[in-house]
Design a protein. Structure first.
Length: 329
């Protein structure tokens, strides 16, 4: 590939099982990419070296030199402190405790590096390159195994005092509801995530309720997933349909609360559960119409995310772009 003179950025999406890396130009075009296992069990040093090697590889594949790369953005699972570039204690990266990831990558690559929560990074990616282009106030929500999100307010990523803003999944929706992985009860994540849907399906199987969920799982509660519940619902199983309807009703309540809090133009929903299509989007829009202030409900649109599997790397690159732009004189 021929050398390029425009600004290039590296986006690294760090996950518990995979590391996705891309060299991205200022328009959001992916010039080169790398995808590899995290090998988290190997510990911090192994993972960091794999991230650095992936960054070097995309530079090499693109036929460019290090000096043409303006910045590196890393989207990491939380909790993190983005101000100082430290990953504090992510549950899916065993042995990580107060890891200065920004500094470690910066030292090895010699390129200015920025660290951001992965959901915040994805929000910035959708805002800059995806469904959020052209708006000023946008909320990004990812509904998958868990529920996360990011806030774009007045055209800027809002991360709060210590970088923990946007924890949409851990807003309380039902005070005496089921326990959440965070230790609280009744979080949106505990009621409307893939994990919550699977939990409700498993309980039916454990109680011996004769449902299609049990048949598809061959009677084994451990085989019940949110996708299996959705499959049972699609085939007409009433109990599965009720589980999904309840979860999506809670998701709608959460989104209506966000509309009243932030009065956004746009709510962008991504993540694995968006495969439900209108079974997700219709109840969310209906809840906003019923529960949010009418004027705020009228101006907000609820749309699917556009970046798909590239949201992480494009978002991480967008973090570097935004940070580098903010440091210009």
């Amino acid at each position: 590939m021929e050398c390029m003179t425009q600004n290039l950025f590296i986006g690294i999406d760090l996950g518990g099982t995979k590391i996705s890396t891309a060299l991205v130009d200022a328009s959001g075009r992916i010039v080169a990419r790398d995808y590899r296992e995290t090998m988290a069990a190997g510990g911090q040093k192994v993972v960091v070296e794999r991230m650095v090697d992936a960054a070097r590889r995309v530079i090499s594949e693109a036929g460019v030199v290090f000096s043409q790369v303006t910045g590196v953005g890393v989207g990491s699972p939380g909790p993190i402190d983005s101000r100082i570039g430290v990953v504090t204690a992510p549950p899916n990266l065993p042995g990580w405790k107060d890891v200065p990831l920004k500094q470690l990558i910066e030292e090895r690559l010699g390129i200015t590096t920025f660290l951001e929560n992965d959901a915040n990074a994805a929000a910035l990616g959708e805002y800059r390159f995806g469904a959020g282009q052209g708006v000023q106030n946008m909320i990004y929500v990812t509904v998958s195994t868990g529920i996360g999100g990011g806030l774009i307010l007045n055209g800027q990523l809002y991360s709060g005092t210590i970088g923990t803003a946007g924890e949409i999944g851990h807003t309380t929706v039902l005070p005496q509801g089921p326990y959440c992985g965070c230790g609280n009860r009744g979080c949106l994540e505990a009621l409307a995530s893939g994990t919550a849907i699977a939990r409700e399906g498993r309980e039916l199987v454990q109680r011996g309720v004769p449902t299609l969920i049990a048949a598809l799982a061959e009677g084994n509660p451990e085989r019940v997933t949110a996708r299996l519940v959705a499959e049972a619902a699609e085939q007409g199983d009433i109990e599965a349909q009720e589980i999904l309807a309840e979860a999506m009703a809670y998701l709608g309540v959460g989104m209506a609360n966000l509309v009243n809090l932030f009065n956004p133009e746009l709510i962008v929903i991504g993540g694995g559960l968006t495969h439900l299509g209108e079974k997700l989007f219709r109840p969310v829009r209906r809840a906003i119409e019923r529960r949010a202030f009418p004027a705020a409900a009228r101006v907000v649109q609820v749309v699917p995310a556009q970046l798909g599997d590239d949201a992480g790397v494009l978002g991480a690159a967008a973090v570097a772009m935004a940070q580098m732009a903010s440091t210009l004189p």
